[in-house]
Design a protein around this ligand. Structure first.
Ligand code: SAM
Ligand code: SF4
Length: 470
C-alpha cells in the first residue's frame, strides 16, 4: 500500500523523473477479453483527457466499455476534488457500487484521479470503504494494467498513490471520444498555490512535455482528420519554463499553428504568465481561435492578495485591454469565486464592477468551497453560506446580462461553426463558433460532421444562438 502525503505534495523538492514511452506488457494484452468496464469521470478537461488514456489502456487489455454499471466487471470513478460537491457525488456513487458488490463479490471497484491524491480521502477509504479494491492517483495512470491485474487476483484493497509527479510517460494509448476535436496536454501540475485551490497538491509541480512530442501528436491528429485541438494544462502559459531557456508558450503556440490544424484553443491561462509574444501569435494566426479563458477570481485587490493570485485588479484589466485591442474579435471568458474568507460587501461590489467593465462572453461562477489542507481553510472571516449563495445569484444576474448582450451583437452576422452533431433536444445541428459560442442551426442540405460551415445567426439566447447555414 502506498498512501499520499500532504507535506510531500506541497513540496518543491526536485524530483529526478525520466521521460519514457509506454508499451503494454504482452502479458496484459487482451488478457481481459470478454470483461466489461464502467467509467465515470468528474471534473475538468484534464480529467476527461486522463479518462481517454484510461479507456485506451483498458481496451488494449481487452475490456469492453458499458454504460450500465450493473453490467460491469470493473467499475472506476475518475474523481475531482476542486469543490466539496464533486467529493460528495463520488462518495454517493461508491455507496451505489457497494450494494452491487454485495450481490457480485467478484467485481472490482476502483477510484482514481484527484480525490485519490488526498490523504484524508485515502484514510476514509481504508476505514469505511473497504470494498473499494483499487485506488491509484494522477501520477501513475500508466501503472493501471499492473494494479488492476493485482486487484482482480487478490480482490483486496490495493492503494497505490504517489505524492509527487513520477516519470513523464509518452505514447499512452488513447481512446478519443470526439472524432473531430482532441485534447493535447502540454504541461502537467501547478506551482501557483492559490490559497483556495487543491490542484497543486493533487497534480504535482509544473512539468512540461517536450516540444517534439507535442508537435508529433498534433501532426498525427492533422493526419487523422482532426479539425480542432485544445491544448491543456492547469496553467498552459507556464509551458517550457521547467524545460527550456528560450522556448515557451508563445513559441509553442506558433509551432502548433504552423501544423495547419484548422482550429486551436488552449486552457487554462493564468494572467500572471500571459506574455506579449503569446498575444502577438494569437493575433497573427487565423487558426488560433479568438477565444481566451482568463480567470480573474475576484475584482478586489484585497481578496486577490489573500487568494495569492499574483496580480492586481489593475494589472488584470491592463492585460484584458491589451488582448481586446490586439486580437480582432476576441471573446474573453473567466472564472469567479464568491464568498472567499474575508470578502466584504465592498469587495464583492468590486467584482461586480469588474464584470461590468469586462462584459465577459462567458463566466464560470463558483461559491467558495473549503478544501482540506489549503491555506484558505485556515483563514478567519468565513462567509455564511446564505451570503455566499446570495452573492452568487447577484453575480449570475450580471454575467448573464452580458452573455445575452454579447450574443445579440451577432444577430444577422455570419459565424464559422464546426459541425459536431444533431442535438436531441432541438433536433438541429449544433457546433461551436470560432469564439466558442454554442450554435444550433438548420441546413437544407445534409452536412458532414466535422466540416466547418458558415451560419447566419437569427436568434440570440443567453447561453446559445440559433441560425441557419448560408
Ligand atoms: N488553473 C486555473 C486558473 O488558474 O485559473 C484554474 C483551474 S481550476 C480547475 C478551475 C476553477 O475552479 C478556478 O479557476 C476557480 O475559479 C475554481 N476553484 C478552484 N478552487 C476552488 C474552491 N476551493 N472553491 C471554489 N472554486 C474553486
Ligand atoms: Fe489552482 Fe491557482 Fe494553480 Fe489555477 S493557478 S490550478 S487556481 S493553484
Amino acid at each position: 500500500m502506498l498512501l499520499p502525503n500532504a507535506k510531500e505534495e506541497a513540496s518543491f523538492d526536485k524530483i529526478d523523473y525520466k521521460r519514457h514511452e509506454f508499451s503494454l506488457d504482452d502479458n496484459y494484452k487482451n488478457k481481459y477479453k470478454g470483461k466489461k468496464f464502467f467509467l465515470k469521470t468528474y471534473g475538468c478537461q484534464m480529467n476527461e483527457h486522463d479518462s481517454e488514456n484510461i479507456v485506451g489502456l483498458l481496451k488494449e487489455m481487452g475490456f469492453e466499455e458499458v454504460e450500465d454499471y450493473t453490467k460491469a466487471d470493473f467499475l472506476l470513478l475518475n474523481t475531482c476534488s476542486i469543490r466539496e460537491n464533486a467529493h460528495n457525488k463520488a462518495f454517493g456513487m461508491l455507496g451505489r457500487f457497494k450494494h452491487l458488490k454485495e450481490s457480485k463479490p467478484n467485481i472490482i471497484i476502483g477510484l482514481c484521479g484527484c480525490m485519490a491524491q488526498e490523504e484524508s480521502v485515502c484514510d476514509e477509504l481504508i476505514k469505511n470503504y473497504k470494498f473499494v479494491n483499487l485506488v491509484f492517483g494522477t501520477h501513475n495512470i500508466d501503472k493501471l494494467p499492473i494494479l488492476l491485474d493485482k486487484a482482480f487476483t487478490n480482490n483486496k484493497q490495493n492503494i497505490e498513490v504517489l505524492s509527487r509527479e513520477s516519470d513523464l510517460v509518452e505514447k499512452l494509448p488513447v481512446f478519443r471520444v470526439n472524432k473531430y476535436k482532441a485534447y493535447v496536454n502540454i504541461i502537467y501540475g501547478c506551482n501557483k498555490f492559490c490559497t483556495y485551490c487543491i490542484v497543486p497538491y493533487t497534480r504535482g509541480r509544473e512539468h512540461s512535455r517536450k516540444r517534439e512530442d507535442i508537435l508529433e501528436e498534433v501532426n498525427s491528429l492533422v493526419k487523422d482528420g482532426y479539425k480542432e485541438v485544445t491544448i491543456l494544462g492547469q496553467n498552459v502559459n507556464a509551458y517550457g519554463k521547467d524545460l527550456y531557456d528560450d522556448y515557451f508558450m508563445g513559441e509553442l503556440l506558433e509551432d502548433i499553428a504552423k501544423t495547419g490544424i484548422p482550429r486551436i484553443r488552449f486552457m487554462t491561462s493564468h494572467p500572471w504568465d500571459f506574455t506579449d509574444k503569446m498575444i502577438d501569435v494569437i493575433a497573427k494566426y487565423d487558426n488560433i481561435m479568438p477565444s481566451i479563458h482568463l480567470p480573474v477570481q475576484s475584482g478586489s485587490n484585497k481578496v486577490l492578495k489573500t487568494m495569492g493570485r499574483r496580480y492586481t485588479r489593475e494589472q488584470y484589466l491592463e492585460l484584458f485591454d491589451k488582448i481586446k485591442k490586439k486580437v480582432p474579435g476576441v471573446c474573453v471568458s473567466t472564472d469567479i469565486i464568491v464568498g472567499f474568507p474575508g470578502e466584504s460587501e465592498e469587495d464583492f461590489l468590486e467584482t461586480l464592477s469588474l464584470v461590468e467593465y469586462c462584459k465577459f462572453d462567458n463566466a464560470f461562477t463558483f461559491i467558495y468551497s473549503e478544501r482540506v489542507g489549503t491555506p484558505a481553510c485556515r483563514l478567519k472571516g468565513s462567509i455564511p453560506m446564505n451570503v455566499r449563495e446570495e452573492r452568487l445569484q447577484r453575480l449570475n444576474d450580471v454575467v448573464n446580462k452580458y452573455f445575452l448582450e454579447n450574443n445579440q451583437k451577432l444577430l444577422h452576422k455570419t459565424v464559422k461553426v464546426l459541425v459536431e452533431g444533431i442535438s436531441d433536444k432541438k433536433n438541429m445541428y449544433f457546433g461551436y463558433s470560432d469564439t466558442n459560442k454554442l450554435i444550433n442551426f438548420i441546413s437544407d442540405k445534409q452536412l458532414e460532421l466535422g466540416s466547418i460551415v458558415d451560419v447566419e445567426i437569427d436568434i440570440a439566447h443567453t447561453w446559445s444562438l440559433d441560425g441557419r447555414v448560408k
